[in-house]
Design a protein around this ligand. Structure first.
Ligand code: ADP
Ligand code: NI
Length: 214
């Protein structure tokens, strides 16, 4: 197990060498650590959780012409090369195929305890102090304004509106980040999410005060 995880870490680090800040190796490392922490309470399969956390963003469809199959295919090929058993490979593949926020619009697909843990860890990285930093990094990358009081957030976010390319970054809080606390799967995930949620509420409060010059 240790050896396979080590090799996977090396593989992922090298693959993500040129990734942008929101999805770089450090994102993977945080998700991996958080998933391991949640699993101390949840007691799922350690190897499946480690591999799925490490491989979940190996080829983001956003940067691969929308191709959703590249990531799972690269993962499978790699896991076969380090002699992981077929059952574990199939499980890891199902997790990374189904866990993204975008895919959650298509209704529940595959699920398992391990899937729920890794998904919680990934979602937790989108909220709190780090989540705020990632949102503004993404907004900057897309050349979005920080905030525009005239552009209200979408009330009902859909797969289409989520792709809207011109909305201010602050709107993303209402369209995704503040919704995540109610989307957590595990009890441990929920309690971490609540703390991070409160921090974001405080952050927004300060943001609007400062916007008005106060
Ligand atoms: P996932 O990989 O979980 O499906 P994304 O790739 O859409 O999610 O998001 C990666 C990071 O970029 C997250 O921290 C997310 O909040 C942020 N992000 C995604 N869309 C936006 C947006 N429209 N504005 C600001 N941040 C965004
Ligand atoms: Ni991720």
């Amino acid at each position: 197990m240790e050896d396979i995880v080590k090799k996977t870490i090396e593989f992922v680090k090298q693959k993500l060498e040129n990734a942008e800040a929101g999805h770089d190796w450090f994102h993977i490392e945080r998700v991996y650590k958080t998933a391991v922490n949640i699993n101390k309470i949840e007691k799922g399969d350690d190897l499946v959780i480690a591999l799925a956390a490490l491989l979940h963003d190996i080829a983001d469809p956003k940067f691969n012409n929308g191709d959703e199959e590249i990531g799972p295919a690269i993962s499978e090929q790699f896991l076969l090369s380090v002699f992981v058993d077929k059952e574990t490979i199939a499980h890891v593949k199902s997790i990374i195929q189904n866990m993204s926020f975008k895919n959650s619009f298509d209704g529940a697909g595959f699920t398992s305890k391990e899937m729920q843990i890794v998904q919680d860890a990934d979602r937790l990285d989108a909220i709190g102090a780090i989540g705020i930093a990632r949102a503004f990094t993404y907004g900057g990358f897309k050349n979005r304004v920080l905030y525009d009081p005239a552009i209200r957030p979408e009330q009902h976010i859909t797969k289409e509106s989520y792709k809207n390319t011109s909305a201010p970054t602050i709107n993303h809080f209402y369209e995704k980040l503040l919704l995540l606390k109610d989307m957590m799967n595990t009890e441990a995930g929920k309690s971490i999410a609540l703390e991070r949620h409160h921090f974001m509420i405080q952050y927004l409060d300060h943001f609007y005060k400062e916007w008005e010059g106060n």
